[in-house]
Design a protein around this ligand. Structure first.
Ligand SMILES: Cc1ncc(COP(=O)(O)O)c(C=O)c1O
Length: 398
């Protein structure tokens, strides 16, 4: 049976990692990875996570199943972080939240729920979007289509084109939005644009699926959730996929949650039953280890404050690197062509370079970006910024 399988095509991003490893240059810089790194090149375990894990393990006396609903303290904490503690939907019991295997697991559960609920039209994703969005949606049996999102030459969101495109969607269509820190572009809608989007979605009866993978890494925990919260105010139904990979540094523990804001407590209960059933027929029950760590942090004011402080520091570091890189590029090129790097948010920006320029960056300057010229700003340690700016300037002059 398995002999009939054809080999998978190589993953373009893994190819970058392999090429980086094989490069003997001592000056090489890896800006292709999708994880946060500190100034010493490490993806750190936050202090609060270390402390909470120890506390949690010291208390835990069984590894028996938690139950089909997973860690409920964690679910409640995620609801508050994403929606805000005083969100009326929480008070009214209108939110169904199931812990998931990371943000990707949340997206997959959301996609399966959308399919189950019979949303007829293709799910709309931004052009461009995170490389795994379309495979996850298609893997759940959904069709996908794109809406225009990014002006690569201008480094800005194509707000008018996006709204015009979404205005043509059939009522009931699902639109996948990035809550903040858009991956791969780093360009987020501004508050006015979110408001227009919310109006349009209410008018056209569209359903948002908000992917919240970087909350706190762009402009702040609340600021990064402002668009999502606005949608929740204006629309009867909002689906959310949250991830604790980046903001809690829990990448390998696979911690996330799918959250459905519904019209009534009765619908939330039915939705919860379906989410649990979707998980049950796939892997039975949500994981707990990473979820329990987050729940421990959320229940301890000192740990929670320390987590927020470290997240603020991570964000400040990324924003500082953005500013330094944009400034260095401005002085190299004598133009503001890459000023957008400073204005954008989160770990990523797209340089808008040709494939040939991306290749030259690697072969001549040992600077590795993703094939689409996405760079992870958090991959910079800081001291190599002048050399990276010189390299980008050199390949972008031609
Ligand atoms: C936009 C976006 N969504 C979701 C995820 C999923 O994160 P995870 O499954 O690791 O929690 C990522 C991770 O890179 C991402 O960039």
């Amino acid at each position: 049976m398995l002999n009939s399988l054809k080999p998978m095509p190589p993953d373009p991003l893994l190819g970058v990692t392999e090429a980086f490893r094989a490069d003997p240059s001592r000056d090489k810089v890896d800006l292709g990875v999708g994880v946060y790194r500190d100034a010493s090149g490490i993806t750190p375990i936050p202090r609060a996570v270390r402390a909470a894990e120890q506390k949690m393990l010291a208390r835990q006396n069984t590894k028996a199943y938690v139950g089909p609903g997973g860690n409920r303290q964690f679910a409640a904490a995620m609801e508050k972080i994403a929606l805000g503690a005083s969100h009326p939907a929480l008070r009214d019991g209108r939110v169904a939240t199931l812990p998931s295997t990371g943000g990707t697991g949340a997206l997959r559960l959301a996609a399966e729920l959308i399919r189950l609920a019979g949303a007829g039209a293709a799910i709309k994703v931004s052009d461009p979007t995170w490389a795994n969005h379309v495979p996850v949606m298609k893997g759940a049996g959904l069709e996908t289509a794109t809406y225009p999102y990014y002006d690569i030459a201008g480094g800005r969101v194509l707000a008018a084109q996006m709204l015009e495109n979404l205005a043509g969607c059939a009522p009931g269509s699902v639109v996948l939005l990035h809550g903040s820190c858009h991956n791969p572009t780093g360009a987020d809608p501004d508050p006015g644009h979110w408001a227009e989007l919310a109006d349009l979605m209410a008018r056209r009866q569209l359903v948002p699926l908000v992917d919240m993978a970087y909350q706190g890494l762009g402009r702040g925990l609340d600021a990064d959730a402002a668009g999502l919260r606005l949608l929740c105010e204006r629309l009867p139904e909002v689906l959310v996929a949250v991830s604790c990979s980046k903001n809690f540094g829990l990448y390998r523990e696979r911690v996330g949650a799918v959250m459905c804001v519904t019209e009534s407590a009765a619908t939330a209960a039915i939705t919860m039953g379906h989410l649990q059933s979707l998980a049950r027929r796939n892997y039975s029950m949500p994981p707990d280890h990473g979820e329990a760590i987050v729940a421990e942090i959320a229940s301890d004011p000192a740990l929670y404050a320390d987590w927020q402080k470290e997240l603020d520091d991570m964000r400040d570091r990324v924003n500082g690197l953005r500013k330094s890189l944009a400034t260095a590029l401005r002085s190299e090129l004598g133009s503001g062509r890459f000023d957008f790097i400073e204005q954008q948010a989160g770990m990523f920006s797209m340089l808008g370079l040709s494939k040939a320029a991306v290749e030259r960056l690697r072969s001549e300057h040992h600077v590795y970006t993703a094939p689409d010229s996405r760079l992870n700003v958090a991959g910079l340690s800081g001291k190599e910024i002048p050399a990276v700016a010189r390299a980008i300037a050199a390949v972008s002059r031609d």
